[in-house]
Design a protein around this ligand. Structure first.
Ligand SMILES: *Cc1c(COP(=O)(O)O)cnc(C)c1O
Length: 405
């Protein structure tokens, strides 16, 4: 094979790799993102905190008092980040993100623990993924650690008020976002960008009545493809999926189970990773989920945590497998009575038991626990992870936010 043909295979992968491996810049080069330079301007108009119910009842997502912003330009690099009152952004109508989908985001939750402490879950993982997504769409990169510090700074200001100590078990959602702001309509990598981080309410999605019901994706639609960008949390992955999701909702389902390729490989459930617990033909119990290697699916922090914790705590009891598997294998296992459980895992849905999959006119009914509770394995995973998030178990994945008393 000619050398160029070899190189072409992973040109994107190596470009993203190279961008994300830049760490400390030389002194004369554009400035790196630096959380220690944070400029704080507190709001003079603090709002009252709504109840969870009130907050989630309106059409608009309710945010806390403050947000963090940081601007970047090609010539100057990152300006000092600012913590300031939450409010509208000002953008030119020509801004790159509004035309060419130069937008990526992250999503994680902040939890008020039963021990009174405020925690975020594995934020280093989200920050690394944020940088990878940014690199994939030619937005500026940064040290992931700086984004973690900025999130923590924002949460130490808004956390005590918006997630008070007398409400253990409650949470808010953190949405770091990065957009190309370049006011130049030419189709090119943005020369200006803005990162912003906000903290919002989000409804609880992990216990839909009767379990989560999935509808497989339409035959003529895929969410992501090999060589595409399904593995990056870029806005461009979501807009085009909304039509199928809306259609599934009208038919009484919660989310789409996205299939891929002529064999109908199971990939993800909505914007969550998808897991099946079944008995293999050899009788062995297995937890199975789609692999990361062909870059079709998002490397979910919840997914990774589910896999790691089951491998650790249920070793010998259940095999954990990341491989391609098709909807036909699921149908076959169902026909043979081998399906034990299924669940979706992601920040929004947390660990959510699935009760039904509808595929081309056929229903697969999946066992759940008693009285609509999650099945045994789903429930164990959910409990183990929930205990870390809410401080019932001390674990390095639960990162405590320092709060001013
Ligand atoms: C965000 C997301 C997930 C879940 O990732 P977490 O890190 O667990 O929140 C899974 N799939 C898609 C497509 C997503 O956008």
């Amino acid at each position: 094979m000619a050398p160029s043909a070899v190189q072409d295979v992973d040109l994107t992968a190596s470009a993203v790799q190279e961008k994300t491996s830049i760490s400390t810049a030389p002194a004369d080069s554009p400035k790196a993102l630096d959380a220690s330079q944070l400029i704080t301007t507190l709001t003079s108009n603090p709002r009252s905190v709504p109840t969870e119910k009130e907050a989630n009842a309106g059409l608009e997502t309710v945010c806390t008092d403050h947000m963090v912003t940081a601007t970047w330009s090609l010539s100057k690099g990152w300006a000092a980040p600012e913590l300031k009152p939450y409010g509208p952004l000002s953008l030119l109508p020509t801004a790159s993100c509004l035309h060419y989908a130069t937008e990526c985001f992250e999503g994680l939750k902040v939890y008020r623990g039963y021990d009174g402490k405020l925690r975020i879950f594995r934020p280093d993982r989200n920050a690394q993924r944020f940088r990878m997504s940014a690199a994939r769409i030619s937005l500026p990169v940064f040290e992931p650690e700086e984004v973690v510090k900025l999130m923590m700074a924002l949460l130490s200001v808004d956390g005590p008020k918006w997630l008070p100590k007398d409400k253990p078990g409650s949470y808010l959602y953190i949405r770091p976002t990065l957009i190309g702001t370049d006011g130049q309509l030419g189709v090119q990598a943005p020369k200006a960008a803005m990162m912003y981080i906000m903290v919002t309410f989000m409804p609880r999605l992990d216990t839909p009545e009767g379990g989560l019901r999935l509808h497989t994706s339409p035959e003529d639609m895929v969410r992501a493809w090999v060589g595409g960008f399904g593995y990056a949390k870029v806005g461009a992955n979501y807009g085009p999926s909304l039509m199928a999701t809306q259609d599934a909702r009208l038919r009484g389902f919660h989310q789409i189970l996205w299939l891929y390729g002529p064999n109908g490989e199971c990939t993800e459930a909505g914007a969550s990773n998808f897991f099946v617990v079944w008995k293999r033909k050899d009788g062995k119990k297995e937890l199975i989920t789609a692999p990361l290697d062909d870059k079709l699916i998002l490397d979910g922090v919840t997914r990774r945590s589910c896999l790691e914790i089951v491998r650790e705590k249920l070793a010998g009891e259940i095999e954990v497998t990341e491989r391609k598997y098709s909807i036909d294998e699921v149908l076959e296992a169902d026909a043979e009575g081998r399906i034990l459980e299924a669940f979706a895992a992601g920040t929004a849905y947390f660990v959510c038991a699935i009760s039904q999959i509808h595929h081309r006119g056929q229903d697969v009914n999946i066992p759940m626990g008693r009285e609509g509770a999650p099945g045994e394995i789903t429930n164990k995973v959910k409990t183990w992870l929930g205990d870390i998030m809410y401080g019932r178990t001390q674990h390095e994945w639960g990162v405590v936010i320092p709060e001013k008393e």
